[in-house]
Ligand binder design. Structure first.
Ligand code: KG4
Ligand code: ZN
Length: 362
């Protein structure tokens, strides 16, 4: 297999439709056979905000309600008829099972009706392959590279070595980093999801006023932990009477928390880069993905960690960092080019580790 992204349309009979429905984003995208984006749409489900977290049953129903319209919309904007498609890729795990059933069932239904290949995409693989989208990274993103996947549900360092060959170097031992942002955001009364609002609040804060702990700093390995940091923030917030946290204090807490996360990220990324370099002496690129990759302080810390070790650093644009269907269609294209399609009886998997045996490529 070529280790550079293949931007030819070789072996792909036409544009690919990608579907994403593993959590609370309903998304559809159409990519041309050469990987260029023809149309994309993401609907972030607002219905969960008042519950302060994703409600799986509501998510599944929302996917069912919105997917048909999103698909019709991207097809119209791409200027395509359904019989011009060359394949259907749908996220089939890991994630919330209701949404996965809706999206992958929808995709399989289309594949049957249109007699097209179906590609069951691992959501984590879709994040992992995003930097290989044509035009995203100058000179392309050849294998191998190190991926930091930082989202609401995942927090891991992955050595991306080839299509279907991933090695997890470290993961969180408690919360995912986005989850920690969301929980601290909730403590500060910021609504849900808390990450973007917390970052905005932190811009007016003093990161040194509250010296929060840096869990696992300088410890061996590249695992993460955020529960101690979260508890430390909760203890500070509990020192104020309910509902009486002054705005400046909230901003200082937000800035202190964000700085602690950024410091931990830089330290853990440094360890991960060393472990990655031992496995892949030719690798020279650190890629960050997932919703938290939109955070400026985290990006800056990772950039510094990469530069200090002679690595390049890439963060895809925020719309391709969070959950989206462009990445699903792209992973589908990479798989279709490798002949790795999925049987129609492929069952969606709520748990689907990246390093699980890859039957489609076997
Ligand atoms: O990848 P994503 O869209 O969905 C999954 O969790 O799979 O990531 C969403 C997470 C949420 O926890 C959200 O609070 C966090 O990413 N997030 C941020 C920022 N933007 C999104 N966290 C910190 N700073 C941000 N600017
Ligand atoms: Zn995701």
């Amino acid at each position: 297999m070529a280790d550079r992204p293949d931007v030819s349309s070789l072996g792909v009979p036409g544009p690919l439709l990608g579907l994403e429905s593993s959590c609370d984003e309903t998304a559809a995208a159409v990519l041309a056979a050469d990987g260029s984006i023809l149309a994309e749409a993401v609907l972030s489900q607002a219905a969960h905000a008042r519950y302060g977290g994703v409600v799986p049953e509501i998510a599944a129903r929302q996917h069912l309600a919105h997917l048909p319209g999103l698909v019709a919309g991207v097809m119209a904007r791409a200027g395509l008829r359904y019989d011009q498609l060359g394949g259907i890729a749908a996220t089939s795990g890991p994630g919330l099972i209701g949404g996965l059933i809706v999206g992958s069932g929808f995709g399989k239904g289309m594949a049957i009706a249109l007699d097209l290949p179906f590609i069951a995409v691992n959501h984590l693989e879709a994040h992992a392959l995003t930097p290989r989208l044509p035009g995203l990274v100058e000179g392309g993103a050849p294998f191998p590279y190190l991926l930091l996947l930082l989202s609401g549900g995942h927090c891991q360092c992955v050595s991306v070595e080839a299509l279907g060959r991933y090695h997890r170097l470290g993961t969180t031992i408690d919360d995912a980093v986005g989850e920690a942002f969301d929980k601290v955001g909730k403590m500060l009364g910021l609504g849900w999801p808390g990450g973007p609002a917390l970052e905005r609040l932190a811009t007016g804060g003093d990161p040194a006023r509250f010296p929060f702990p840096r869990p696992l700093l300088r410890r061996a390995g590249c695992d993460f932990s955020f529960s101690g940091l979260k508890t430390a923030v909760a203890q500070v917030v509990a020192g104020y009477p309910p509902g009486a946290l002054p705005g400046q204090d909230a901003a200082d807490i937000a800035a202190g928390f964000q700085q602690a996360v950024a410091d931990v990220m830089a330290d853990r990324a440094g360890h991960a880069l060393e472990a990655f370099a031992q496995r892949n002496p030719s690798g020279r690129l650190l890629v960050v993905a997932g919703g938290v990759a939109a955070n400026g302080a985290v990006r800056a810390a990772l950039h510094r960690a990469a530069a200090a070790r002679g690595f390049g650093f890439v963060a895809p644009p925020p719309r391709l960092c969070g959950d989206n269907a462009v990445m699903v269609a792209w992973a589908g294209l990479e798989r279709l080019r490798a002949g790795a399609t999925s049987p129609l009886h492929h069952a969606p998997l709520p748990r689907w580790p990246l390093d699980a045996p890859d039957m489609a490529l076997a």
